[in-house]
Design a protein around this ligand. Structure first.
Ligand SMILES: [Zn+2]
Length: 403
């Protein structure tokens, strides 16, 4: 199987290089917006919109046109990639996967990419990249790049420029052991609880984080839009988000690596189906005032964390020949994992579960994780037909064969 990996490093641009990079990103945005404008005009006048190849020919014209000759200063391939992005955006729109393509605004995640491995060089021993029209660029070499580099993307973030290298390598997965399975319940109070009782607590205190964001957003609202104080406030908020993102990413990688090392099959609930609003209200201890307003933010932070967690589990399991199974939630928090009795009264408090039928006493999250594990194993036992659906694009298995 082909293993796709992505490596990200911070770049050390010289002043001239960062000026050029901003220019390239600007050219790519210009090309994207011009082409989008053109496509809109064509479609409004009843003409068929241009294909990617036709757009590329248009790009060549622009590069030779005196008025838009500045485009010739940027490397061709990244500009063509801008057109490819537009082409994909239209296709996604036609196939109803997303809305109509929108114009790109300045500073809104500036980026450009080199799609051809013949175009760039990676010199790891000397911690540098060679990029067309930028020359040698140094980077903070924090880890080894493995596999064959296929594509390089340069992105501007709040604190500077970054490079992502997408690589590909062949890996023969070892055969999976079904017995080695675990169910995981994700929640607001405890980030993840495994059916064997192990818990992972998020390093982010959501109360503190959301308070910080709310405070700085209030601060921002007082400033005059566009003023230098306003800009300072914006950059402060961006820094907070970046910090949250980094802390969470680090935590998620550690947890998912630990889990995938020891388990071949991991079973989770499909969050698209799971109704999280109830738990957001009920599980944060002693909800204060304005919990409703805050819970939106908490939920956003959490749900992003969960889906990223599942994404990491999925690809890390696949490296070792394992798999992630998503099941439809089905009374997982109210069912007794011991005797299968389902009723509301089983759940005594947020954290404890006491079955009124068999008197089984268990931590509520562990009980739920056990139910999730059982549901997943039942799906596995139902046969590979169900799973072949799951192993395609959407790895969701509806627990239709569950009792
Ligand atoms: Zn019971």
């Amino acid at each position: 199987m082909k293993l796709l990996k992505s490596f990200k490093f911070k770049l050390i641009f010289k002043t001239e290089q960062s000026r050029k990079a901003a220019q390239f990103a600007g050219c790519k945005r210009y090309v994207f917006n011009q082409a989008l404008e053109m496509q809109i005009q064509r479609s409004e006048s009843g003409q068929k919109i241009w294909s990617y190849a036709e757009l590329c020919r248009q790009l060549t014209d622009w590069r030779h046109d005196e008025e838009t000759a500045f485009l010739a200063k940027a490397p061709t391939h990244p500009l063509q990639q801008g057109l490819k992005d537009l082409d994909r955006a239209f296709r996604n729109c036609f196939e109803k996967r997303s809305g109509f393509p929108r114009f790109k605004r300045k500073g809104n995640r500036d980026s450009f990419r080199y799609p051809d491995q013949k175009q760039f060089k990676i010199d790891q021993p000397n911690s540098r990249f060679y990029l067309p029209k930028l020359g040698w660029v140094r980077y903070y070499n924090s880890r080894e790049i493995t596999g064959t580099a296929k594509q390089i993307t340069i992105t501007r973030e709040t604190d500077g420029w970054y490079v992502s290298v997408q690589t590909e390598e062949d890996r023969n997965p070892s055969p999976q052991v079904i017995e080695n399975s675990v169910g995981i319940d994700v929640g607001v109070a405890v980030f993840a609880t495994m059916s064997d009782g192990v818990k992972f607590n998020s390093p982010l205190d959501l109360k503190i984080v959301s308070k910080k964001i709310a405070n700085s957003q209030r601060n921002l609202a007082k400033k005059v839009r566009g003023s230098s104080n306003w800009r300072k406030s914006v950059s402060k908020i961006q820094k907070i988000y970046k910090k949250i993102f980094n802390v969470r990413k680090d935590f998620l990688h550690k947890v998912s690596t630990t889990i995938c090392k020891n388990h071949a099959v991991v079973i989770v609930e499909d969050l698209k189906v799971k109704n999280m609003s109830a738990s957001a209200k009920g599980t944060i201890e002693k909800p204060g005032k304005r919990v409703k307003a805050k819970s939106g933010l908490n939920k956003a932070i959490l749900s992003q964390g969960w889906s990223e967690f599942f994404r990491q589990l999925e690809y890390k399991l696949a490296w070792n020949g394992g798999r992630l199974i998503k099941i439809a939630p089905h009374n997982t928090s109210m069912r007794c994992a011991n005797c299968n009795h389902v009723c509301k009264e089983n759940r005594k408090t947020q954290s404890s579960f006491e079955c009124i039928e068999c008197k089984n006493l268990e931590n509520a999250d562990v009980n739920a994780a056990k139910n999730i594990q059982a549901a997943g194993l039942a799906v596995l036992a139902c046969g590979e037909n169900q799973l072949s659906i799951s192993s395609k694009q959407e790895p969701t298995v509806m627990a239709s064969c569950l009792a």
